[in-house]
Design a protein around this ligand. Sequence first.
Ligand code: GLC
Length: 600
Amino acid sequence: MTKKTRRFNAFGKSILVLLLILGCSVVGFAAEVTFKGPYDDETVQQRDARMAWWREARFGLFIHWGVYAVPAGTHKGEQIENIGEWIMHYGQIPVAEYQQYAKQFNPEKYDPEAWVRMAKDAGMKYIVITAKHHDGFALFDTAASDWNIVEATPYGKDVLKPLAEAARKHGIKLGFYYSQAQDWIHPGGSTWEGRWDPAQEGSMDDYLRDIAVPQVRELFSNYGEVSILWWDTPIDMTPERAAMFDGLVDLQPGIIVNNRLLYGVDGDLRTPEQHIPATGLDYDWEACQTMNTTWGYKSYDDEWKSSEQLIRNLVDVASKGGNYLLNVGPMANGEIPQASIERLKDVGEWMRVNSASIHGTTASPFVRLKWGRATKKEYPNATELFLHVFDWPEDGLLVVDGLRGEVSGAYFMADFQQQIQIDKTQAGVVLQLPDRPLDEIDTVIVLKITGKLDVERILPGQGRDGVLVLAVNDANIHNPGYGGKLERRQDGNSASYLDGWTDYRSRVDWLVRIDKPGTFDVYAEVAAAEPAGFLLLANDGQKPLTVKSTGALQTFQSQRIGQLTLPEGESAIRIHPQESLWNPIMLRSVTLKPVGQSPP
Ligand code: GLC
């Protein structure tokens, strides 16, 4: 989702409710306008069986490919800002003018077999490709419109057919991304911020009936097994419009559908875009992410994430129980940018040794591990715990805080022979490791646990005086898909702090344990050039609070910002900036002191 569609999502449910109410008042009774998903009647067991391969896969390849790869971010000599596949929108390019680009879409170097092998070698288990993106261009042969690769380009061939064949041959599942609502070429397709060419005018219902529905039927009929349908940006979709696709999934029994057909409808999986959510989610989710900053190819986007970052992102996602859908944006000649190929090779090298710690694993049983992440595989009377060590302990002692129960063995994925000494302490299990990591990016250690897995939920708690310090190292950081990036930072020996809090949609929360409940004075160690207003939320309650200016964004100061009451047990404490009152701050810590104690 773009930043815009995300906003929609928040309103999605209320819009649906509003529609229902409107529907009720018009016809006088309820249930006229509800949308029934294709799998609403299935049992938990049926659903588990249908989702099984996807849950095991954990890692897939997203491919954004289309006519936008021709301008590659530049229209009429001007670099158009924002994501490459949106160039027609951001450049307000008229329909006929945009369609000229198709004449240069000639992917002679397209090698579907190599694409599939590249994904497979990286340890990916599935591919999702843009069959049609918002520019309405079909990468496949379609009778519904001549705006397709066969009729509108010099290449003249369907590219999905050979990809489907190669995927089948290599045992890789194939899914189609299909932009059902937005279509900037076909009359009646929806657009984000209004239309910019009279040629786009038309009825959305006609467009859905004549273009989108028949094309989805073609995709489900002509390419063998389709494993995923990835809907996107349901702008202007209504329950009735969503219902126009009813019955099509019967053509692909067992197909998995995402949550973007209609706002407020969950589908089989949720799709956090360009960010990795916090831990503890109890639904299926897939984080999709670009390697640079665009989905569709942009010739001058060199902001590549490092291979280390991508590997750790994959591990982070798996440790939280999600899938990672990592994108490439091939060029108009059919080549995948070298920078992407190299990164996937690096990921593949790591996966060759460590894939068992990703595929088929489930979320970490730990709330937090200071040195890295964990994944696990559970068996009837045993568990394999995969410890992903990002930060190698300087003293060679890896403390697995809170791990109780019987550890019957430990070994490195990269070297089964090397001994690891296991000790049990008050804190948990301690492993004696060699001086140097076996893999600088992520050394994986397997712990064999017999019997029931027993892990204590260790949360930051109060000191003896009842004081609770919320350190930035314990904070869960949530950033929006696009926009500011709030992050933890540490300069030299100074305390870490949160920096880059420019976007009001960036949020932070802490999970804490309270054993001496009561009312607390809240102090923040902050730096702020201007006052910044936010909501402090604890469990179900919320309070508007303000950080006062400290004179400059670099000047830290301890401020009392308000009061908070917390009950005994686990609490979630959240900071949500308020859009109209927010100004950037830097934050080192928040301290809660029982009322009556002197300030820190
Ligand atoms: C978005 C964008 C889009 C991209 C997609 C990927 O919603 O509109 O261009 O395809 O998300 O998640």
